[in-house]
Design a protein around this ligand. Structure first.
Ligand SMILES: N[C@@H]1[C@@H](O)[C@H](O)[C@@H](COP(=O)(O)O)O[C@@H]1O
Length: 253
């Protein structure tokens, strides 16, 4: 695991965008796993700016998003499809059909989950998976207690996750109760994982992910077992890491 610590959210976002952009330049047909939430927004803004300046192209990139709320149509204002269109896709030169997100209203949920994994496999897997982290250690929508061995599947959202996301819904009770998410195994199958975290309220989740026990009670802790995982943090999110993890250098674990 590699830990990169930047002074604040903007610097963290820029660093993460640089890592992704460098890889796309090396491998223009990169398969990129994407996340929603507020954390990656700064990285998306930086990527958009690179495209706008002609320094980066997504023309051959394929993306797979981690998750989608069940019960929301793609054009629902709070769907993750809408989020991704507004925050990234419509501002870059990606080919729309190359942007994949689980469906919120699939005919057959189990079949759709299997199809999603098949699509990923057809693209020879995900090269870089971008992740945020929930305060309870969730990644994607894999809540505490999720089995490490699962691929894309349907989940029940925890109360804390629903509350954290309630700010986007009006009335807040409209936060969906279920979602489709890539599983922890799907995430671990990615060749490289880039986890972004910012702010003091993520510092405990980050600490447990980096140096706590590897346990299904803290889903992000599974990343300790990933052979190529980078945490890009700001100072506040890194604040609870012991000194040996806070040196902005590669760490062998
Ligand atoms: N499904 C998303 C996660 O992918 C995201 O990592 C998490 C944290 O969001 P934020 O970055 O806004 O703190 O929120 C949601 O639950």
């Amino acid at each position: 695991m590699k830990i990169l610590i930047e002074r604040d959210y903007d610097a963290m976002s820029k660093r993460a965008a640089t890592l992704v952009a460098e890889q796309i330049r090396l491998q223009p047909d990169l398969v990129l796993g994407l996340a929603t939430g507020s954390t990656p927004l700064g990285m998306y803004r930086n990527l958009i700016e690179l495209v706008r300046r002609g320094d980066l192209s997504f023309a051959a990139v394929t993306t797979f998003n981690l998750d989608e709320y069940l019960g929301l149509a793609p054009d629902h204002p709070q769907s993750y499809r809408t989020f991704m269109e507004e925050k990234l896709f419509r501002h870059i030169d990606i080919i729309p059909v190359n942007t994949r997100i689980p469906q919120g209203l699939p005919d057959d949920i189990a079949r759709h989950c299997d199809d999603y994994e098949r699509q990923i496999a057809k693209h020879d897997g995900i090269d870089i998976q971008v992740l945020g982290i929930g305060r309870n250690g969730h990644i994607g929508f894999n809540e505490p207690g999720e089995e490490f061995g699962k691929l894309t599947h349907c989940v029940t959202l925890s109360d804390s996750t629903r509350q954290a996301n309630a700010r986007f819904f009006s009335p807040p009770e409209e936060v969906p109760t279920h979602a489709i998410t890539m599983g922890l195994k799907s995430i671990m199958n990615a060749r490289r994982v880039l986890l972004l975290a910012s702010g003091a309220d993520k510092s405990e989740a980050v600490r447990r992910a980096v140096c706590g026990d590897v346990t299904e009670d803290h889903p992000a802790s599974v990343l300790q077992l990933h052979p190529n995982c980078v945490f890009v943090l700001d100072d506040a999110a890194a604040a609870k890491l012991p000194d040996e993890f806070r040196q902005n250098k590669e760490m062998a674990k």
